[in-house]
Design a protein around this ligand. Structure first.
Ligand SMILES: Cc1cc2nc3c(=O)[nH]c(=O)nc-3n(C[C@H](O)[C@H](O)[C@H](O)COP(=O)(O)O)c2cc1C
Length: 364
């Protein structure tokens, strides 16, 4: 239904403030009749972090922050859905306006600042659908005013372990002052030790819930060395590369909107995020799988992420410009690429361009 209406509703939605349009989209996804579950090409199935994904295309964090519509998104064809960021306590985030479309660049800038209904509300929803199947992860973050941010992550692991498929530990949002400092070597070690300890403790009652670390595309390569080294030592299950960027390339066309503070996503993020993915892949040396995110807006860009090192991909901003039908089109392009290459799954393609990419000129 949503797919059919989309050509008419999308231009209307784009006349609205981006945050109002987003609210409407969430509401629409709550209205029955729910779409029939899409059947995927079995060659697109991926096994990673001990989980079986029916396809590698996930909804990135930030779209369904409060876990209102994960099942509708799964039915619409996503292979997995990452809800959140969720903070322990409810918080309203930054003042509006705080989301901006760069129409000419097909980019988005947001400075939402972790607006979250809080762990209790999200837990109720996730517990209510815990037996529904499908891979639903939760992206967790610290409250802005928390006196002990690492304790916030520990508390969220304890809260959600019984009801989610995986955790995404978000230490890379640019919109909570100081949050990205958690990526600095010493404090990152401490964070990982406490988070992994909480995960092990919870495994007795909840099983082992995979822990993925979501990093910023703005790390220097020496910071990335430290982050990957620590992630390997602490045996995290995977990394998500990455979040939005605070950088603004001189090539952006929507110059005045580009000056808004916040994290930039969408097409203008693709080159940087894909390069960081390749840089991460060569450092990880197969120790754990990676999720590639940032600027995917087609089958070709999804395939480029996989060749740069992603076992799974996620997207968000391109849906604003191309609608939810993009998911089916990406999956169909990936199936065709597999058929052409003669492979019966995506594994042989993962990381095949990574080493060559790291030798290229640094992207603008
Ligand atoms: C409006 C908006 C809100 C977002 N909120 C979150 C969030 O709460 N937590 C998070 O880890 N990432 C968040 N992101 C980042 C996305 O998950 C993703 O990492 C980034 O947008 C790059 O992917 P894209 O280019 O496909 O959008 C948000 C992105 C957008 C556009």
């Amino acid at each position: 239904m949503i797919g059919l209406l989309e050509p008419f509703t999308r231009p209307l939605l784009r006349m609205l403030d981006p945050e109002d349009a987003h609210r409407l989209a969430i509401r629409a996804l709550k209205i029955p009749p729910f779409p029939k579950l899409v059947v995927d090409d079995p060659r697109l199935a991926v096994r990673a972090f001990g989980l079986n994904f029916r396809n590698p295309v996930g909804m990135a964090a930030g779209f369904d922050k409060h876990a209102e519509v994960p099942d509708a998104l799964l039915r619409l064809g996503f292979g997995f859905v990452e809800v959140g960021t969720v903070t322990p306590l409810r918080q309203i985030g930054n003042p509006r306006p705080r989301v901006f479309r760069l129409n000419r660049d097909e980019g988005v800038i947001n400075r939402l600042g972790f607006n979250s209904e809080g762990a209790d509300a999200v837990l109720r929803r996730l517990a209510g659908r815990a037996n529904a199947g499908g891979i639903v992860g939760v992206n967790i973050g610290a409250n802005k005013d928390s006196p002990d941010r690492i304790a916030d992550y520990v508390r969220l692991i304890e809260t959600f372990a019984p009801v989610v498929s995986y955790f995404s530990v978000n230490i890379s949002s640019p919109n909570t002052p100081g949050l990205r400092d958690l990526q600095q070597a010493k404090v990152f070690e401490d964070l990982l030790a406490r988070v992994m300890e909480a995960r092990s403790r919870m495994s007795r009652e909840a099983g082992t819930t995979p822990v993925l670390i979501k990093i910023a595309p703005d790390l220097t390569l020496s910071e990335l060395d430290d982050v990957v080294g620590a992630a390997r030592r602490h045996r995290v299950d995977g990394m998500i590369v990455g979040n939005t960027t605070v950088k603004r390339a001189p090539t952006l066309r929507d110059r005045s909107t580009a000056q808004e503070a916040g994290g930039l996503s969408g097409r203008p993020l693709f080159a940087l995020a894909t390069r960081m993915l390749a840089e991460t892949y060569v450092r990880v040396e197969g120790a754990f799988p990676l999720v590639g995110v940032g600027g995917i807006d087609s089958g070709a860009t999804a395939l480029a992420k996989i060749r740069a090192g992603a076992s799974l991909v996620q997207l968000y901003s391109a849906l604003v410009f191309h609608g939810l039908r993009l998911v089916a089109s990406i999956k169909s392009d990936l199936s065709n690429a597999l058929r052409r290459s003669g492979h019966d799954n995506l594994d042989p393609l993962v990381g095949m361009d990574a080493a060559a990419m790291t030798a290229e000129r640094w992207p603008e």
